[in-house]
Design a protein. Structure first.
Ligand code: SF4
Ligand code: SF4
Length: 300
């Protein structure tokens, strides 16, 4: 039998085609090399009922969370856009942790339980952070929260001594029986990149880490209520990616060249490449395959 042969001529057109195909294949490998995010934050709405002296939202008078006059902004992500994001996450086979606030109080949005339930139905693992004010006197809401959220982080900011702190912990452990409870406590506050400029925060050292590695852009996909995409909690204006999720798909943004560049440079400790990272107060951190490692700093 005559052996089949291929006619490969080295014309400029063929060389270009071969080069393009190799280039695309390398690109594809690079794309596949980025693991999918471990955690997703979809901020449902912009507001919070509290004014914690340490919270970065106090310094945002850009109109995103507060007006230039300091008034609270109250805007929401439309429900159809939230559902579209959940569908897209499901199509990417994302089964990791998901929450619905950023610098805002999740329970001020009465769609929260329903949306978290939709995420759970799609195979994701909802969790939530809260100041507890909406939940405290609503037993039914506590029950539903314990059912849908895999864990709840309650901010304890009002205690005056150790005894009061322990009493509050006991209260929430009973109130949210059935889920895991963690506590974010006021005394562990540190100076954040965009901490508000006030007397209490001014007393804390503002430490930066210009040459430290940072894996946050590899772990988190944060989407603010207005569609801004950010790489970490410090990136509260979406300065790093400069992308809006309402203009592009999650997949396009996550596997974009810009995102890969940010990941690579921060893996190499090149914070100096980005103004935000250079002034960032988040310490060195590396990639862990166990997303719950990120919760080790909370009180139990
Ligand atoms: S409760 Fe949370 S989001 Fe609200 S001001 Fe305090 S720290 Fe910020
Ligand atoms: S260095 Fe800071 S600002 Fe930059 S990605 Fe990491 S946590 Fe965010």
């Amino acid at each position: 039998m005559k052996r089949k042969t291929f006619d490969i001529s080295f014309s400029p057109v063929n060389i270009f085609t071969m080069f393009k195909s190799n280039f695309l294949s390398v690109q594809l490998k690079m794309k596949l090399h980025i693991p999918l995010f471990q955690r997703v934050v979809i901020e449902l709405q912009s507001n919070c009922n509290r004014d914690c002296y340490f919270c970065s939202r106090q310094s945002d008078t850009s109109g995103k969370r507060r007006t230039p006059e300091g008034k609270r902004v109250s805007k929401s992500m439309p429900a159809e856009k939230v559902m579209k994001l959940l569908d897209e996450l499901q199509s990417l086979n994302f089964k990791g942790y998901i929450t619905f606030h950023h610098l805002s109080e999740a329970f001020l949005d009465n769609r929260l339980i329903q949306i978290a339930t939709e995420a759970k139905k799609r195979g994701m693992r909802p969790y939530v952070h809260t100041n507890g004010d909406v939940l405290r006197n609503n037993e039914e809401l506590c029950k539903k929260s314990a059912e849908v959220f895999e864990y709840v982080v309650v901010g304890l900011y009002d205690y005056n001594n150790q005894e009061e702190k322990e009493d509050q912990k006991e209260f929430w452990i009973k109130r949210l029986y059935g889920t895991t409870i963690l506590f974010s406590i006021a005394e562990k506050t540190y100076r954040r990149t965009y901490s508000p400029d006030n007397e209490k925060m001014g007393k804390l050292e503002k430490k930066t880490y210009p040459a430290a590695i940072c894996a946050n852009p590899q772990k988190y996909l944060l989407i603010h209520y207005n569609g801004d995409v950010s790489c970490c909690c410090e990136d509260m204006y979406g300065e790093l990616m400069k992308s809006n999720i309402f203009d592009k798909s999650i997949k396009e943004i996550w596997y974009s060249e810009e995102h890969k560049k940010i990941i690579k440079e921060l893996q190499g400790g090149e914070r100096k490449k980005y103004d935000l990272c250079l002034k960032c107060t988040m310490g060195p951190n590396s990639y862990s395959p166990y997303p719950m490692d990120d919760t080790n700093h909370y009180d139990r």
